[in-house]
Design a protein around this ligand. Sequence first.
Ligand code: MN
Length: 486
Amino acid sequence: MSDVQEIISLMKEPSKENVALTKKAYEFSQRAHEGDKRFSGEPYFNHAFETAKNLAEFGMDAPSIAAGFLHDTLEDGNTDEKTLEKEFGKEVSFLVEGVTKLGKLKYRGLERHAESLRKLFIATAKDARVLIIKLADRLHNVSTLDGHPEKEKRYRIALETLEIYVPLADRLGMGRLHGELEDYVFPYVFPEEYKKTKEIMKKKRADHEKHLEKFRRSLQKELAGHGVKNFKTSYRVKHLYSLYKKLLRKEMDIDKIYDITALRITTETVGECYQVLGIIHGIWKPLPGRIKDYIALPKPNGYQSIHTTVFTGDGAIVEIQIRTEQMHREAEYGIASHLAYKKGFFEKFKSSKNRQAVQKKLGWINELIQWQENVSENKKFLKELKMDFFKHRVFVFTPHGDAIDLPEESTPVDFAYMIHSDIGNHLSGAKVNGKMASIKTKLRNGDIVSIETKKNAHPSRKWLEYVKTGMAQRHIRLWLQKNQQN
Ligand code: MN
């Protein structure tokens, strides 16, 4: 049953206006898709409903949920932008327009696909909710892939999800969505590997859980005994595709994988996280080299948690993840989780100081747009998007420890422009890991980069020969243009 109450009950802010907007979009979508069927034969409206429901589950706001209901009405539902704007206002119609593919008449095949993606990215740079709606749409599509009659198309959709939408979900820090998308498409992209991994999981899981449960009970006792209050413990079972990727890295040796299941401890404060870690290491010996403090040094997508792996004393080895409740929500829902806490987050984001903090998280989308402007051929655009933009990346650090995400073979010049165009435009030299380095140096994972600037320093045409990012190329060209005219 597709009852709108089900979605309203999931909403973070079920105010009168928000509920009214949701109901209106629900009814409009139902009418727009009336009589239409999906490949599986079920009513098309089910897809709109499930997309809206996914958005409510991510904690998204009412305009996003409304846009979820309406996201296919322009493409398949016999309505037009004018009507949508008249009925729902600019905000909602912008979101719907952003996820709508380009017209079938003007574009075909690969061109349509690539141009629609470009359009999606441009809309996302203006409003990140557009991408989240697209991902909610894709999540439902891949969860119902078996209803698609053409084998080849199923494979194409599954592969595209893995190559484009999964990395996007990762960039947004949406861990749960990332894992679900991967697991839905895994059997379609790698059927044999899927079967094998599933079997391994089945064989090992029960054993792991038995050890974990026993360990959890003694851990709870110890934490309570040391006066730790307000903590919760839970299990997380590794997603299948994630397990498969790890098996590949460990020569398919399951005995080298300790985190098929992991014990999660959530606390209220950061201080309690370290207190818990101290207590655990005081009792159980940690496996050397496996302690990771992503609280002090978050992953580039914002993920925070402490990971450690300990010997339980009865022959078992257990992975433990320690984080605050808020870090946990952010790990699950990423950028969407901010909407749940800060009212009017995106409005603030457009106008005020918050912008910089969030802009940093979304910096990659601006970089993506500037990069794609230089790649006019669509085939090349798709290929480089998958390989250079999502796959081959390096993470380097500012002297303050902030992670900056760059394409492989990026240089200190690229790094400087990622920080700020003024820094790039006045770059005079660079240090890599504390030593003076050529500004042509190809940066490597983990490098700490600091940029030196001088008032009278300026870009040179030569830089264009070795910079890697669209961001740097664009700013250098801009500067050259401006200063040639003078
Ligand atoms: Mn759709």
